[in-house]
Ligand binder design. Structure first.
Ligand code: PLP
Length: 266
């Protein structure tokens, strides 16, 4: 990396994270759609078209000979003398693609046990729909949750509503059995796993409403779970030291984990 890369200097960059399962990229096209949208919103020029980019990804997977992994893609505005404003002369955007092994079976096993989470104030900006590498508030929240013994931070806005996790979307199952997750129109990242789980839930005839819920709603829920490309639909069995439901993974999360596993393996 060049020290004047704007990704390095300013986090003037966008990214994606794609799970690779049995050598195949899970939900590649929606990830590419979101990447293109993020670039468009920030006026970062795509470093190449979608077809060659798909080819680069497949080469990275093939050459690393990794069957189950996490493909990380980062695109910055490019290299230019440090100045907050965009470079005056057009520069090529920088593309970085890495692949690391991911223990997908371990993710499923963790989902079978559930995790603990802690609420943290959401101090992020007004464009959380853009998947930008400017992740400092997310990092601080995750670290705070980790230091308390949690796996994830549940971000809460100033009105007491849960927005999402530090790197996950949040879901609850209400006492009436309806699943609730915040709308993507409401300043959160439109998770790709979230969208897939919505489709799988519809197939399983599980009722879902896309509406914001509060931290108190979450604490009174019968189930809570998080979703992300590397987290599947992991149940949250304890929030701020308080059990969710009976403190074990609930039936709806279990059904969604199984359905997601079948979806990845198909
Ligand atoms: N929300 C935030 C803030 C994230 O950073 C992520 C993933 O990195 C997600 C949600 C989950 O998105 P996806 O399901 O596309 O991995």
């Amino acid at each position: 990396m060049h020290i004047d890369d704007r990704g390095y200097q300013f986090a003037d960059a966008v990214y994606e994270g794609v799970t690779v399962r049995h050598g195949r990229m899970v939900d590649l096209e929606p990830h590419l759609d979101r990447l293109w949208r993020s670039m468009g919103e920030l006026r970062i020029a795509p470093p190449m078209d979608r077809a060659p980019m798909r080819f680069v990804f497949s080469q990275v997977i093939a050459k690393n000979r990794i069957e189950n992994g996490f493909l990380y893609i980062q695109i910055s505005r490019g290299v230019a003398k440090r100045d907050h404003a965009f470079p005056t002369k057009p520069v090529a955007s920088s593309l970085v693609v890495t692949l690391k092994r991911l223990d997908v079976d371990g993710v499923i096993a963790r989902a079978g046990k559930g995790v603990k989470a802690f609420s943290e104030a959401d101090i992020r900006w007004g464009r959380c729909d853009v998947k930008s590498t400017s992740l400092l508030p997310n990092i601080l929240a995750k670290q705070a949750a980790k230091e308390k013994g949690g796996f994830e931070a549940v971000l809460v806005d100033k009105d007491g509503y849960v927005t999402e996790g530090s790197s996950t979307n949040m879901w609850i199952v209400r006492k009436d059995g309806v699943v609730q997750t915040r709308s993507t129109a409401d300043n959160i990242l439109p998770g790709i796993t979230r969208a897939t789980l919505l489709k799988l839930a519809a197939e399983l005839q599980i009722k879902v409403v896309e509406e914001a819920f509060t931290l108190e709603d979450a604490k009174g829920a019968t189930e809570m779970f998080l979703s992300s490309s590397t987290g599947c639909a992991t149940p949250i069995v304890e929030l701020d030291g308080q059990k969710i439901g009976d403190g074990t993974p609930g039936p709806i999360a279990k059904r969604l984990v199984e359905a997601y596993q079948r979806y990845m393996d198909a």
